[in-house]
Design a protein around this ligand. Structure first.
Ligand code: 3PG
Length: 396
């Protein structure tokens, strides 16, 4: 995709689509500003080049105009991070937006109201896309987290704004999640966790074609154990995915991928933070107990395998890390990846969603090579699917 720096930006109105979909608490305070901070380098670059920014994003999944999904609470933080007074519009299209955009000085930022207040956004309605585009000269898409959606502000708008290019965050995400995964320094390991195998089938299948080592953890492993004939007690199992689990194990074998399933498990007598717990072999999960984390032997084996690698991609926690008692397996992976990145220069990529939360909880976010800002988008990319928001961008 084309990148910034190629277009003459001075005095130009640039429509920047960012993913400012940040979590807000009941008092409308931002509880995690990662996505806002991640959008800053592109916007700052454009401002320094003398561009005028029309900034757009969605927030949440509103059905029509919904005050609690307004982007207004983001203005103070954005202004602070950018070092300019961000002007906020009450809408994302219409007369007021046209006036405010026309009045923008060089180096000024106009934040539009939530584009999803219009159903036309998700429908990718061409008329709506045209209205969004009408206030700008060119388009920069930095909304990696929304690039898997073919919406008006991520896809439709590119038909009306030339050039349409990728921002720095978009470019960095693609460099790691496409570039490093397609041409990894070998050996290459993937760690895939999370509660359900059904949501990770595509990722596992796609990664099996690329990795040397595949480590599996999280709730999905009990489906693999059951498929192999082990007793799994009350652990989470997707009964309709047993055959699939078997076929994935066979595929790994056929491709010469070293597939590591945990050898021991932390089991609990109930799904609760204060549950009774004990460590058991993976082959001997007692009736009435459920697996909620990987055990210390498994962690040791995983660490030894990871020590041999040059590139690691991680998607999905090893256990129920939200409960302190069952967080050790996930924390151990976060620590190991941080150590390998900082001391051995291993490329470590955290592929969005819960594993990002786990790395942040462990305070290790700045120790990884790359942490994705996209959950669904990074998953689709790792599955090998093209992202509509990326495909729509110009080549140069
Ligand atoms: C996300 O949070 O993953 C992105 O902002 C996309 O949001 P969506 O799943 O509501 O399209």
């Amino acid at each position: 995709v084309g990148t910034l720096g190629e277009a003459d930006l001075k005095g130009k109105k640039v429509f920047v689509r960012a993913d400012l979909n940040v979590p807000l608490d009941d008092a409308q305070n931002i509880t995690d500003d990662t996505r806002i901070r991640a959008s800053v380098p592109t916007i700052k670059f454009l401002l320094e080049k003398g561009a005028k920014i029309v900034l757009a994003s969605h927030l949440g999944r509103p059905k029509g105009v919904t005050p609690k999904y307004s982007l207004k609470p983001l203005v103070p933080r954005l202004s602070e991070l950018l070092g300019v007074n961000v002007v906020m519009a009450n809408d994302c299209i219409g007369e007021e937006v046209e006036k405010l955009a026309a009045a923008l000085p060089e180096g000024g930022v106009l934040l539009l109201e939530n584009v999803r207040f219009y159903k036309e956004e998700e429908k990718n309605d061409p008329e709506f896309a045209k209205k969004l585009a009408s206030v700008a000269d060119l388009y920069v898409n930095d909304a990696f987290g929304t690039a898997h959606r073919a919406h008006a502000s991520t896809e439709g708008v590119t038909k009306f704004l030339k050039p349409s290019v990728a921002g720095f965050l978009m470019q960095k995400e693609l460099d790691y999640l496409v570039g490093a995964v397609a041409n990894p320094k070998k050996p290459f390991a993937a760690i895939v966790g999370g509660s359900k195998v059904s949501t990770k089938i595509g990722v596992i299948e796609s990664l099996l074609a690329k990795v040397d080592i595949l480590i599996l953890g999280g709730g999905m492993i009990y489906t693999f154990y059951k498929a192999q004939g082990y007793a799994v007690g009350k652990s989470l199992v997707e009964e309709d995915k047993l055959e699939l689990a078997t076929s994935l194990i066979e595929k790994a074998k056929a491709k010469g991928v070293s597939l590591l399933l945990p050898t021991d498990i932390v089991v609990a007598d109930k799904f609760a933070p204060d549950a009774e717990s004990k460590i058991v072999p993976a082959t001997a999960i007692p009736d009435d107990w459920m697996g909620l984390d990987v055990g210390p032997d498994a962690t040791k084996t995983f660490n030894e395998a990871l020590d041999t690698t040059q590139t690691i991609i991680w998607n999905g926690p090893m256990g129920v890390f939200e409960f302190e008692k069952f967080a050790a397996g996930t924390e151990a992976i976060a620590k190991k990846l941080a150590e390998l990145t900082t001391s051995k220069g291993v490329t470590t990529i955290i592929g969005g969603g819960d594993s990002v939360a786990a790395v942040e909880k462990a305070g290790l976010a700045d120790k990884m090579s790359h942490i994705s800002t996209g959950g669904g988008a990074s998953l689709e990319l790792l599955e090998g699917k093209p992202l509509p928001g990326v495909l729509a961008l110009d080549e140069a």
